[in-house]
Design a protein around this ligand. Structure first.
Ligand SMILES: CC(C)[C@H](C(=O)O)[C@@H](O)C(=O)O
Ligand code: SF4
Length: 469
């Protein structure tokens, strides 16, 4: 008799159950815990106050990313609060015996870029971090999601987390992506389709030919923004692409342990006939390069499209929301997306700060010059991405074009550091959130792919990169 078919999520979840309670809550074992400076200070404080230790320090990895300036790190941090938070992480990791990459370490970078680089992120693992974009790690066929600060404390102390089972959603992207359209466009289109609440209560599995064809970098971009679609986590079943990325990384299993792990990882697919509570299908061949026009990641349109007209909205609530977003964004209904002029361009973040993203951007920029009205920056997602990019000469391409080439960190993804938009400055950004004030007080964010952001820097406005020469 064969067992009932299971989804990828069901399998990893079930394999980590330590205890089930009658009310449906479950104690889940956590394999990997990532820690950054913003959401950890109170958690360590809590441990200290109650005299507890970190249960499994070697299953915990800490890195500084949000608050760290992306300019010369030898200069003092201009913000005393950030400096204090960074100092606290250094002190906490020393006291509790946790591996820590500080701002001078080459391995430092955005936490969701660092975990995979180090082979800390593995298929089949449960991975948490006090950060919503932990969903990124699901690209490896891991169950990965953000947790709150009190849960950070709980995981530090017990290496477990209390959870309830989410529902299963599968998003299948059939066919092949057209030239100029990439992973970022796929996920923006998905969020445009299902809405920012569409994934609420679900873990999403991405499947289909277009997803299989993505590199690990592209898969991470897709899973990264699962949270913007409201999902608890996003996942992609591991395959040869995954294994090729993970193999020989510092923290990955070696020798016999690798072979044993591979045998387990090969079972991590949704079984034929497994039940999904919701199925969504998209056709890759129809996807254009996408640009967000509003203040929510679901406010997206094709680069060939127009800024929406509130009067065409189906109800008063939507009409009011569009009006407010257009006022904030300084846009007019019916305006062509390709007529929107930009002040700033930001290439970086855990969505698009990996080597492939920088390669795609550099390709658009090579031999060209940043538009005179635009100030553009590239912030590699980690010190290792930066080093690789420099070895390939990408930094020289960017600098020759007039881009600022900076030190790794979250940077202008969320402006918790000196990289900020000024009020009403308009930015083409490869990050994941376009909320009001996200990149600086009254700043205006348009979410795009790295290639679209790079082309926009050159043209000074959005361009359809499918026609780019
Ligand atoms: C600061 C942190 C808690 C936050 C998150 O959880 O995502 C940040 O990384 C973000 O992207 O908004
Ligand atoms: S790069 Fe942006 S989205 Fe990613 S962890 Fe940092 S602030 Fe959050």
């Amino acid at each position: 008799m064969s067992a009932a078919p299971k989804t990828l999520y069901d399998k990893i979840f079930d394999d980590h159950v330590v205890d089930r309670q009658p009310d449906g809550s479950v104690l889940l074992y956590i394999d990997r815990h990532l820690v950054h400076e913003v959401t950890s200070p109170q958690a360590f404080e809590g441990l200290r106050a109650t005299g507890r230790k970190v249960r499994a320090p070697h299953k915990t990895l800490a890195v500084v990313d949000h608050n760290v300036p992306t300019s010369d790190r030898n200069l003092p941090n201009p913000d005393p609060e950030s400096a204090a938070q960074i100092a606290a992480l250094a002190e906490n990791t020393r006291e509790f015996g946790i591996e820590y990459y500080d701002e001078f370490d080459k391995r430092q970078g955005v936490v969701h870029i660092v975990g995979p680089e180090q082979g800390f992120t593995l298929p089949g693992a449960t991975i948490v971090c006090g950060d919503s974009h932990t969903s990124t790690h699901g690209a490896f066929g891991a169950l990965a999601h953000g947790i709150g600060t009190s849960e950070v404390e709980h995981v530090l102390a017990t290496q477990t987390l209390i959870q309830t089972k989410a529902k299963n959603m599968r998003i299948t992207v059939d066919g092949a992506l057209p030239h100029g359209v990439g992973a970022k466009d796929v996920i923006l289109a998905i969020i445009g389709e299902i809405g920012t609440a569409g994934g609420t209560g679900y873990v999403m599995e991405y499947a289909g030919e277009a997803i299989r064809a993505l590199s690990m970098e592209g898969r991470m971009t897709v899973c990264n923004m699962s949270i913007e679609g409201g999902a608890r986590a996003g996942m992609i079943a591991p395959d040869e692409t995954t294994y090729a990325y993970v193999k020989d990384r510092k923290r990955a299993p070696k020798g016999d342990a690798w072979d044993a792990a591979r045998r387990y990882w090969d079972t991590l697919v949704s079984d034929e006939g497994a039940h999904f509570d919701r199925e969504v299908r998209l056709d890759a061949a129809n996807l254009p390069p996408i640009v967000s026009w509003g203040t929510s990641p679901q406010d997206v349109v094709s680069v060939t499209g127009l800024v929406p007209d509130p009067d065409a909205a189906s109800d008063e609530g939507k009409r009011a929301a569009i009006k407010r977003a257009l006022a904030y964004m300084g846009l007019t209904a019916g305006q062509k997306i390709t007529d929107i002029a930009l002040d700033r361009v930001f290439i970086g973040s855990c969505t698009n700060g990996r080597i492939e993203d920088l390669r795609q951007a550099a390709k658009m920029v090579a031999g060209k010059t940043v538009n005179a009205n635009v100030s553009a920056m590239v912030v590699p997602g980690s010190g290792l991405v930066k080093e690789q990019a420099e070895a390939e000469g990408l930094d020289r391409i960017f600098k020759a074009a007039g881009f600022d080439w900076r030190e790794p960190g979250c940077s202008m993804c969320l402006a918790m550091n000196p990289d900020k938009l000024k009020p009403e400055e308009r930015c083409a950004s490869t990050s994941n959130r376009n909320f009001e004030g996200r990149q600086g007080f009254r700043g205006r964010t348009h979410l795009v792919s790295p290639a679209m952001a790079a082309a926009a820097a050159i043209a000074g406005r959005f361009v359809d990169i499918r026609d780019w020469r």
